[in-house]
Design a protein around this ligand. Structure first.
Ligand SMILES: Nc1nc2c(ncn2[C@@H]2O[C@H](COP(=O)(O)OP(=O)(O)OP(=O)(O)O)[C@@H](O)[C@H]2O)c(=O)[nH]1
Ligand SMILES: [Mg+2]
Length: 259
């Protein structure tokens, strides 16, 4: 049987000594790998790293939460696929709801200041975070965004996450509530296909309902799928273009502020 001579498996990153010693043959010396051999499980160290990464994020998220509470801020984490209408929703919200209640925005994208430029037209305090390759915001980025904003008089802090239905799930930002958007152009089945993010939502917004009919998007089916996967979440259907459902969204914001 052909034998490889190079070291085998994934070497533990945190303990070089153990890494050198593993895996050993009966004689105690590092052994080669044979074709067809089933390798022993070798990835617990990767899980350790992930737990420690998330542990750090959770600790900073708790600090953010305490900071938001001490400032009397309602902080909402808006999550969706790219292009589901987060910025359009916030543009209209800043223009209408923001007239009475001061709002601020932290907006995350891999690149460009485009969303921040759109949102600054309302004169609300807005900071753009560009994440480079990161597919989500984390608590430390949000803490940096808070430092960069003038939050005087601000009652609602919107955090527009990077467009992604998967990666933001595990990253608590210290938000008061997570708002997940599902747009008519994505299809009714997204809650069934990406359940974790919907399960983590306090509110689900079905957006772009003005074009639902033309896209063959069945709002009732989408709503049923949301209810099946995320029975804990409140559900609002709206269009930031036609304005339908916006009053209900503002009602939600006021109800959360009243808490
Ligand atoms: N018809 C219609 N189009 C909308 C609506 N909301 C947003 N759009 C359009 O959808 C596109 C994407 O909207 P954005 O607000 O940029 O979406 P986003 O979720 O912020 O996108 P990313 O930040 O890239 O993830 C734009 O062309 C908007 O004009 C809506 O209610 N109705
Ligand atoms: Mg956007």
């Amino acid at each position: 049987m052909k034998t490889f001579t190079e070291p085998t498996g994934i070497l533990p990153a945190h303990d070089p000594e153990q890494a050198m010693a593993w895996p050993a043959g009966d004689d105690g010396r590092p052994r080669g790998r044979t074709i067809g051999e089933v390798l022993p499980p070798a990835a617990p160290q990767a899980i350790d790293l992930r737990i420690s990464l998330l542990g750090k994020n959770d600790r900073i998220a708790e600090l953010n939460r305490a900071d938001f509470n001490s400032r009397g801020l309602l902080a909402l984490n808006l999550v969706s696929s790219p292009g589901a209408g987060k910025t359009a929703l916030l543009e209209r919200t800043l223009d209408e709801f923001g007239r009475e209640t001061r709002c601020g925005v932290i907006v995350g994208d891999l690149e460009t200041e485009r969303d921040a430029q759109r949102l600054r037209r309302s004169h609300a305090p807005v900071v753009q975070i560009t994440t480079g390759n990161a597919c989500h915001l984390d608590a430390e980025m949000v803490a940096g965004g808070v430092d960069a904003l003038n939050l005087e008089g601000v009652k609602v802090l919107f955090i527009e996450n990077v467009g992604n239905l998967v990666c933001p799930v595990s990253f608590d930002l210290g938000e008061s509530a997570r708002v997940v958007l599902l747009s008519a152009s994505e299809g009714e089945d997204k809650p069934l296909k990406y359940p974790p993010i919907f399960k983590s939502a306090q509110l689900v917004l079905i957006t772009k309902i003005d074009v639902a009919y033309h896209l063959g998007f069945d709002c009732a089916v989408a709503a049923e799928n949301v209810r099946r996967i995320a029975p804990q979440a409140r559900l609002i259907q709206l269009s930031s273009r036609s304005g339908e459902g916006m009053a209900e969204w503002y009602g939600y914001l006021n109800s959360q502020l009243g808490r």
